[in-house]
Design a protein around this ligand. Structure first.
Ligand code: ADP
Length: 170
């Protein structure tokens, strides 16, 4: 019997959706852990009509591509609209999300339940970050970089340079 985890081509695929404004070592940690569970991960960078981002879609995609260039079984893509529609397009049944402190739980639970209501075949899989990234967020990284602090332990090297460049003139 074919389970819902296995697509026709026998590949287990998950979509890791988020703003990635910018991608952090916490995101990379989640991706690395999830690669133990899935054959392929599609990192889907979202456009949020109400969310203003520091980096453009082009910049966010390019930063993730560079940061994951040595990793296998990763695809980087953008999406807009409903995430469930995006998953449907590629016949993917799993949404990958990272969990940090307890504060993530409520919003993540709400979005997982909503997505499942929109498409009952879809399940969200949560990967717990490692302790060192437990309190790390893209917002925190932006704040530190804005105040000219050292973010080298929190983001890939190329993201650190991009943040420096972004805030140089400010
Ligand atoms: P969104 O705006 O959709 O929350 P983010 O880029 O902030 O987009 O986050 C994408 C996903 O990565 C979310 O599931 C979020 O909880 C997770 N995430 C973000 N930072 C970390 C981290 N440091 N450790 C683990 N998961 C994280």
């Amino acid at each position: 019997m074919e389970t819902k985890a296995v697509k026709k081509n026998n590949k287990k695929i998950a979509v890791y959706a988020g703003s990635f404004d910018p991608v952090t070592n916490g995101h990379i940690d989640v991706i690395n852990r999830a690669l133990e569970l899935f054959d392929e991960i599609i990192i889907a960078v979202g456009t949020h009509p109400e969310k203003k981002t520091l980096f453009s879609m082009k910049e966010r995609l390019s930063m993730i591509k560079t940061a994951t260039k040595d990793m296998k079984h990763i695809t980087v893509d953008s999406f807009s609209g409903l995430l469930v529609d995006y998953l449907d397009k590629y016949d993917v049944k799993f949404i990958l999300r990272g969990l940090r402190a307890l504060s993530d739980f409520e919003a993540e639970f709400q979005s997982a339940v909503t997505n499942r209501k929109l498409n009952h075949e879809i399940d969200s899989i949560f990967v717990m970050t490692s302790a060192e990234y437990f309190f790390l967020s893209s917002s925190l990284v932006k704040e530190i970089a804005y105040l000219k602090g050292d973010v080298s332990n929190f983001v890939p090297r190329n993201v650190e340079s991009a943040l420096k460049k972004k805030f140089r003139s400010k």
